[in-house]
Design a protein around this ligand. Structure first.
Ligand code: FES
Ligand code: FE
Length: 448
């Protein structure tokens, strides 16, 4: 895509983004080849493959990949496509195996991706077929970050933590234990569903579009937070009530909405009808404060790690991957997280809350999905496509002079969305990694 093409689509300076980004087939194809082949993408979580031989089929962009723990316990991510004629070597969502046997002509691959068995090898291929060179195609880089598994196809990509930058502190608290210990989460369940809208609607929603809260008015009125009893707010709202909300756009295109609690912040009783939960959450709250000190005041709410991974840091705690299917179709995956060592009563309580809140049948998430699909349907027409979307909210209302990094705003802002599309445009231009990370021009060599 030339600079001129991009200028006609993404006008960050004046706050306009063309609707073509959300409906056009050619732009979508370029996203698959230029963006989803380079950025770090969420593939899954180590708790989905706890034992040697466990596998979980996932996606990167439109393509099927296998997340697999080999015999020695090492985690791999492979393209789910046989090197012979491309058949999917694994057609199950998850399971345990010692070999992947292709259903077409029965080539077999070991759990570390190596081609092992080739029927009639001696008579048909001897001396010609190089088994090593015909292993399953592996991702170029892989990172197990606090249990979450990320991968990229670009061997020149920076390591995952460099890619994450200052968004790390916010993502961490979706992955860390509630009591402040590092990591320690497990996936308690996964919701998967397909909705008729472009993947960027979902990614953008989690960038910190707090402006859309009126969509959830009906659900908020009845108070369905984890602790809510009819007519009262939920636990998530309690903790954030007196906090300073912040919206931050990070240079690599990530964005978060977090909150900073006042210095004197005490646990708010939230589960008085359930002593086990009350004791657990009170303990976690106090323990986290003790461990993290002043750092415990940072309370992440939601965010998107560029391009298509989002998280909920509080409740419903989890990671979301927005897998593209077509310009106007997306497959949503939500990995729900709990502390691995939480009491079973707590896990069960949260499981029910997640089901009530999230997914196409969840009382809150269905509001969001409805917005995205109607906005998509109303943007595909010839006339509608002539008029760009408006992204002028809170223009210029941010500061870079603060310790959290990025462009920080104290009011609801579309600066984060503007930052997301600024980076989207860099990928479309095949920019180098210095630019993709948003480094100042003088500092770019270090990233390459
Ligand atoms: Fe897999 Fe032929 S396509 S063995
Ligand atoms: Fe929402």
């Amino acid at each position: 895509m030339t600079q001129k093409d991009i200028d006609g689509l993404v006008d960050v300076k004046n706050g306009f983004i063309s609707r073509e980004l959300f409906v056009d087939a050619d732009i979508y194809k370029q996203e698959l080849s230029k963006l989803f082949t380079r950025a770090w993408l969420l593939v899954g979580h180590e708790s989905l493959v706890p034992n040697p031989g466990d596998f979980y089929t996932s996606r990167m962009g439109e393509e099927s990949v296998i997340l697999c723990r080999d015999k020695k316990g090492e985690i791999h991510v492979f393209l789910n496509s046989c090197r012979h004629r491309g058949m999917k070597v694994c057609r199950y969502e998850q399971g345990n195996t010692s070999l992947f046997t292709c259903p077409y002509h029965s080539w077999t691959y070991t759990t570390d991706g190596k081609l092992q068995g080739v029927p009639l090898y001696k008579s048909l291929y001897d001396g010609v077929l190089d088994r090593e060179a015909n292993s399953l195609v592996s991702v170029a880089r892989l990172c197990n970050y606090k249990g979450s598994i990320w991968a990229t196809w670009d061997k020149d990509a920076p390591d995952f933590l460099t890619y994450l930058g200052d968004a790390k502190a916010h993502l961490d608290q979706a992955l860390d234990c509630r009591d402040g210990r590092d990591g320690g989460s497990e996936v308690i369940g996964v919701h998967k569903w397909v909705f008729p809208a472009n993947w960027k609607f979902a990614a953008e929603n989690f960038l910190g579009d707090t402006y859309h809260n009126p969509s959830h008015r009906s659900v908020d009125l009845i108070g369905i937070g984890p602790s809510a009893v009819s007519g009262k707010k939920g636990r998530r709202d309690n903790e954030l009530e007196h906090a300073q909300h912040v919206w931050i756009s990070f240079p690599a295109g990530h964005g978060v909405h977090s909150a900073i609690q006042p210095e004197a912040n005490e646990y708010i009783e939230s589960f008085l009808d359930n002593p086990v939960l009350e004791q657990y959450f009170r303990h976690c709250y106090e323990e986290r404060k003790r461990r993290l000190g002043d750092g415990a005041r940072l309370m992440p709410f939601v965010g998107t790690i560029f391009p298509n991974t989002s998280y909920h840091g509080r409740q419903p705690r989890g990671l979301c991957a927005w897998h593209p299917h077509s310009p106007t179709s997306t497959e949503a995956w939500r990995f729900f997280l709990v502390d691995k060592d939480a009491p079973s009563e707590v896990k069960d309580y949260l499981r029910h809350y997640y089901m009530r809140y999230s997914g196409p049948a969840g009382m809150t998430e269905q509001d969001d999905i409805e917005n995205w699909l109607y906005a998509t349907a109303a943007s595909t027409g010839t006339i509608a496509r002539r008029y760009p979307f408006n992204y002028q909210q809170s223009m210029g209302a941010y500061t870079t002079d603060h310790p959290l990094g990025g462009e920080l705003s104290l009011q609801v802002t579309e600066q984060i969305a503007r930052g997301f599309y600024r980076r989207w445009a860099s990928y479309m231009r095949d920019a180098d990694w210095g630019e993709l990370l948003g480094l100042p021009a003088g500092n770019r060599e270090a990233a390459e």
